[in-house]
Design a protein around this ligand. Structure first.
Ligand code: XMP
Length: 513
């Protein structure tokens, strides 16, 4: 395998901030990988530098994370953050104890000794973010104190004779104003890593890897119209050309005209794509179902059947490509042993039905969402496609509360199209992370002319988010909401009331089902 260059190994002890460390390192154009401290990769000693993450645990407890660092400690430059720092102190002869004062929030650094970690660009008084309940009371004898804050005496230290540095604060959090600079000082100045990991270099390495792994085999990939599967397809296409067979399924629950327009777009990109209109099959599978999880399962099963039928049409296909991205991978091999409880049944990594028996290729499994977009842009993919809002796999089925009928789908498609086109025309689309309309299972009273009507209510939802895990409703201009509501009620037969969802996640979710 071609290695991604200049790697940094991040050993995860379960901190909520570990992914952020990886994000900051990648922003420096340096490649890094997160691995759980207890499942280190076999080539750990090949990495150019190591970062130890924070953790919710205390080194003083029996079940505290206890990594085996024998292959790397003292041999590779190491930066230990928060728990990592406490771990180093505790197991090298220092003393860690519960803190007497509150050590949470902003603090300012006082330098004790000049050193490469702070030297260059970071000044005395620099703001850092603390978040810990244990503190390092005594440093190991071979440690050199580098910095303190007013409440934390041992805020940064290094081990004499080693490129091992430890900091009690979190450089990965934005509140640590020089945190990224500190990471750069460590990785570039101390570890000597070059900042050459770019979307272009990723494409080059990944295409070479795919060629080597897949060879002349045929690969099948399900396109969804979304960013991840599209970028994965273009990467694979670059590597193996016509041996990539793409399948784009219309489940009848897509946005208005989406199947035709996205299919055209894919064809225009030179992809070998087959559009399969299975709307009737999906609607039949959904008939009479109103429980959200049952709807999801019915759609998931129907998709597998359709996809399997289509994959069997491709003679001698050996591989299934998936658009899995790094956060899904990290989640599925987390320190705690598996996907966390927050994950719904739909977020399935490696969801390969047994009977398909294909090997899996996942070209995006090591990159984050915004990196997927940058990789896509570097390969010349249409910015409009790359900027598309996320759209759930079960599509409009989970935005029609209750049972699904073709009439309801048609109504919601019209409403959704007015809303989304309106956002685009008003220049608001790119400011919103995700938007859509929801058809509610209630009729409300209205007046039209002299007559009372009992018609459907639709809710509009627009949220800001970075990853869908938390979200806030968007403060759309009243004029926009007014215009959109008028258009919907005037143009879409069967709807007489529009409401706007002003709930944030948590406690609400983005979707209504
Ligand atoms: P929630 O509703 O959990 O949504 O706040 C978070 C993100 O996940 C999407 N979502 C789904 N995506 N299949 C998917 O592929 C699903 O069943 C599903 N449910 C929610 C949702 O659109 C949002 O982006």
């Amino acid at each position: 395998m071609h290695m991604q260059q200049h790697q940094v190994l991040i050993l995860d002890f379960g901190s909520q901030y570990t992914q952020l460390i990886a994000r900051r390192v990648r922003e420096l154009n340096i490649y890094c990988e997160i691995h759980p401290y207890n499942k280190q990769p076999p080539n750990a000693s090949d990495f150019s530098a190591v970062i130890l993450s924070g953790s919710p645990s205390s080194v003083r407890t029996d079940d505290a994370p206890h990594p085996d660092l024998s292959e790397i400690r003292g041999k590779k430059p190491m930066l230990a953050v928060c728990y990592g720092a406490q771990y180093l102190a505790h197991f090298s002869g220092g003393k860690v104890a519960p803190s007497d004062t509150r050590e949470y929030g902003r603090a300012n650094l006082s330098f004790i000794k000049d050193n490469e970690l702070f030297f260059s660009e970071i000044s005395e008084g620099s703001q850092v973010w603390m978040s810990h309940s244990d503190t390092i009371k005594e440093l190991p004898t071979n440690a050199i104190l580098l910095a303190s804050t007013s409440d934390v005496a041992n805020a940064a230290f290094r081990i004499d004779g080693e490129d091992t540095f430890a900091i009690q604060f979190h450089p990965e959090v934005y509140h640590s104003t020089d945190g990224k600079q500190l990471l750069e000082n460590f990785l570039v100045k101390i570890a000597g890593i070059k900042q050459t990991w770019t979307p272009n270099s990723f494409v080059e390495t990944t295409v070479a890897n795919i060629k080597q792994t897949v060879g002349d085999d045929k690969v099948v990939l399900g396109l969804s119209g979304g960013v991840d599967s599209s970028v994965a397809a273009v990467l694979l296409h670059k590597a193996i050309g016509k041996n990539l067979y793409c399948i784009f399924v219309n489940n009848g629950l897509l946005r208005k005209n989406e199947f035709e327009s996205v299919l055209n777009q894919y064809e225009g990109m030179g992809l070998n794509v087959k559009g399969v209109d299975a709307s009737a099959r999906f609607l039949k599978a959904l008939k009479g179902l109103s429980d959200p999880e049952k709807k999801r399962k019915a759609i998931g099963n129907a998709f597998i059947e359709v996809f399997d039928d289509e994959a069997h049409e491709i003679e001698n296909v050996k591989w299934l490509a998936q658009g899995t991205i790094y956060p899904d991978v990290i989640e599925s091999v987390s320190v705690n042993g598996g996907p966390s409880a927050t994950i719904k049944s739909h977020h399935n990594v490696g969801g390969l039905p047994d009977f398909m028996k294909l090997k899996i290729v996942e070209p995006l499994r090591m990159i984050f969402k915004d990196e997927v977009r940058r990789v896509g842009a570097s390969m010349g993919i249409d910015p409009e496609l790359l900027g598309r809002h996320p759209f759930p796999g079960p599509g409009l089925a989970i935005r029609i509360l209750g049972d699904i009928t073709p009439e309801k789908v048609a109504i919601l498609q019209e409403v959704d199209a007015i809303f989304i086109n309106g956002l685009k025309e008003s220049g608001l689309y790119d400011k919103v992370w995700q938007a859509g309309a929801i058809l509610l299972p209630v009729n409300s009273v209205g007046v039209m002319g002299d007559e009372r009507t009992y018609e459907k209510v639709v809710a509009l939802r627009a949220v800001e988010s970075t990853d869908g895990m938390t979200a806030d409703w968007v403060n759309l201009p009243y004029e926009f909401l007014q215009k959109t509501s008028n258009q919907i009620i005037n143009k879409v037969k069967g709807v007489n009331r529009v409401v706007y969802d002003i709930s944030s996640k948590p406690p609400a979710t983005i979707e209504w089902e």
